[in-house]
Design a protein around this ligand. Structure first.
Ligand code: BV8
Ligand code: ZN
Length: 243
């Protein structure tokens, strides 16, 4: 008799439109810290001190130091077998990777359609004129770096209390409403409005598959829940041996 993993594997093999909704857990096996786990980023520093517009106004250099350290870690990290399996599975399908991550590892693995809900480490944005630029520097002086307009450049990250980029969020909701399966991978799904993406998919009739190291609210409501490491579980579910 087919077990749950066999059934999930068969459904994924047959599906044409799939959304992967990912969080920090998908990059944990690449050596990047998650946020809310023991030893996570929010254990070292409270989010209000580094991930709000108020924090940036009060101490932009401190906020920049936090993000430069994140750039250094992300620049040294390699995509893991979960990132690679997602990218390979997308070939010949309509796959959107809706990610809360800012590290760029899905793109580094070759995923074509990545919707970054919370921005990216690899861009700056001017708080005054709004200009956005790719920026991969790991050391910057002075902090904050000045914009040509005289304003201060900030990381192009969505902080608490800020709106998600409406075009990106809109595209993610559309993809969620159109998909057959929404795979939720490595996220506590504690941050809104991103956490509502799987619900959008489920309401429109998609089946929900969760791969996570611990049980979450989405896991309890999922059609399939696999507990463990994404890099160990996902490649098999997506039809690849672990690489
Ligand atoms: C906004 C960027 C309005 C910085 C981040 C409704 C209800 C309650 C609150 C709210 C609500 N609506 C809005 C809010 C407020 C707030 C919010 O959600 N607060 C929560 C925390 C209570 N939301 C906002 O402020 C949002 N903005 O609402 O704006 C608005 C509208 C119009 C005009 C103006 C304003 C903005 C949210 C943006 C937040 N940005 N940080 C940065 O990255 O430096 S959030 C932060 O959490 C991260 O960026 C990350 O993207 C996000 C999600 O975290 P996860 O990725 O899930 O990581 P976490 O550590 O939590 O979990 C990891 C999971 O992986 C764990 O379950 C673990 O078990 C698992 N795992 C570990 N290893 C593995 C694994 N699983 C598999 N394999 C492994 N190997
Ligand atoms: Zn400017």
């Amino acid at each position: 008799m087919a077990d749950d993993a066999d059934r999930a594997r068969a459904a994924l093999a047959a599906a044409r439109r799939v959304v992967f909704f990912t969080g920090a857990g998908v990059s944990a096996e690449s050596g990047l810290a998650t946020f809310r786990d023991a030893g996570g980023l929010w254990e070292g520093v409270r989010p209000e001190r580094v991930a709000t517009p108020e924090a940036f106004r009060k101490d932009p250099a401190f906020v920049w130091e936090f993000y430069l350290a994140r750039r250094v870690a992300a620049a040294r990290a390699m995509p893991n077998s979960a990132h690679r399996a997602i990218a390979a599975y997308a070939a010949g399908r309509e796959v959107s990777v809706v990610t809360q991550n800012v590290d760029g590892l899905h793109q580094a693995a070759g995923a074509a359609r990545v919707l970054e809900l919370h921005g990216t480490l690899w861009r700056t944005r001017c708080g005054t004129c709004g200009v956005r630029r790719e920026d991969r520097r790991e050391e910057i002086a002075p902090l904050p770096p000045p914009c040509a307009c005289g304003g201060a450049l900030r990381p192009d990250i969505v902080w608490f209390g800020e709106a998600l980029p409406p075009d990106v969020f809109g595209a993610a909701v559309c993809a969620a409403r159109a998909c057959e399966i929404c795979a939720v991978v490595g996220t506590s799904a504690a941050v809104w409005p991103a956490a509502g993406i799987p619900t959008e998919a489920a309401r429109a009739g998609a089946r929900i598959l969760v791969v996570n190291a611990e049980e979450t609210e989405h896991a309890r409501e999922a059609d399939w829940y696999f507990e463990g490491r994404a890099g160990e579980i996902l490649p098999g579910l997506l039809g690849f041996e672990r690489s």
